[in-house]
Design a protein around this ligand. Structure first.
Ligand code: ATP
Length: 298
């Protein structure tokens, strides 16, 4: 019996590890709302680039046949530039990022990266090229080190610390009782909204993707935290092709182009100044936000 003990104990360990890993993966897929909607084409190519331009050409899309969500949306983000999308809740902003990830296929039109339709690329290679700083970052029940390294499993400890420094979370981590070994997540230390976004920024830095999606948190962080996170984001967005899903117009004044989405249609587009001069919806939202309202029309 004692001879059986060690292997059984080992099996128990393996079982717990696998269960743990599966629970983490489930949460991750939940977050990504990844359906089994799309499959790789037999002759799909691997995307391999560090300079990506993005094009949406006359995109129509609906999650269900009966309800169209996007109508004839066209947009271009040249390599290294930033496009911000604004619009009321439900206008279809996050849907654009889900389509870019190819969690779903468009019903008409096309989405292209460097001129290649995403339907002709392997999903793995496509997703390797995109980093996302989501509204709410999922933390695994593991050490903070593991949580940051998730962006790149091959990263060395030095690289992880460097990324944490760049995301301004290193000092916070060093102040924790167990430093980088501190357990976080539901069964560990809970992090604030700002700290979680910093973990996401550090993950993205380690992943080093040419395309970046920033899904701005709807719930406002305090002004100081927000400004400092904005600085870090501007740093990581530099030289990357960036799509910002914005809720606060103050954070996107510098964007190369701003798109105003209304019920799934492009209502206005241009740089901040141009849009103010048009005196349309954007100018109206800007005036409301300056006056302290959230700027989203009812
Ligand atoms: P918010 O600012 O509130 O995040 P949004 O502009 O990002 O809103 P989307 O999340 O893109 O809006 O949603 C656009 C529309 O698509 C909404 O009406 C929403 O109900 C619908 N929708 C989103 N996800 C799904 C889904 N998985 N299945 C069906 N409908 C969905």
């Amino acid at each position: 019996l004692t001879q059986l003990y060690a292997p059984l104990n080992f099996l128990g360990f393996v079982y717990r590890e696998i269960k743990h890993a599966l629970a983490d993966m489930e949460r991750m897929f939940d977050l990504m709302e990844q359906g089994q909607e799309v499959a790789d084409q037999p002759d799909a190519r691997n995307l391999k680039t560090n300079q990506a331009s993005i094009e949406f050409e006359h995109v129509d899309f609906g999650y269900e046949d009966k309800r169209q969500i996007l109508f004839d949306v066209s947009l271009t983000i040249p390599a290294g530039k930033t496009l911000a999308v604004v619009g009321a809740s439900g206008a279809g902003k996050s849907t654009l990022s889900r389509l870019l990830f190819r969690f779903y296929d468009v019903t008409a039109g096309a989405i292209k990266i460097n001129g290649t339709d995403v339907r002709n690329l392997t999903q793995t290679s496509l997703r390797q090229h995109i980093g996302i700083v989501p509204q709410d970052t999922v933390l695994f029940n593991d050490s903070i080190l593991y949580n940051i390294a998730y962006g790149n499993p091959l990263a060395t400890q030095d690289e992880i610390i460097q990324a944490a420094r760049a995301a301004s979370i290193h000092d916070f981590i060093m102040g924790l009782p167990d430093g980088y070994q501190t357990q976080v997540g539901e069964r560990g230390l809970k992090l604030s909204g700002g700290e979680k976004q910093r973990v996401a920024i550090a993950r993205t830095l380690l992943k080093n993707p040419p395309i970046l999606i920033f899904d701005e948190a709807t719930s406002a962080l305090d002004t100081r935290t927000e400004r400092s996170i904005q600085d870090e984001l501007n740093q990581i967005a530099k030289d990357r092709t960036t799509l910002i899903i914005a809720h606060r117009l103050s954070t996107i004044v510098e964007a190369d182009e701003i798109l105003v989405l209304d019920h799934g249609k492009v209502l206005e587009r241009g740089a901040h100044r141009e849009l103010l001069e048009q005196r349309g919806r954007y100018a109206q939202m800007w005036a409301l936000q300056q006056a302290g309202h959230n700027g989203e029309p009812d």
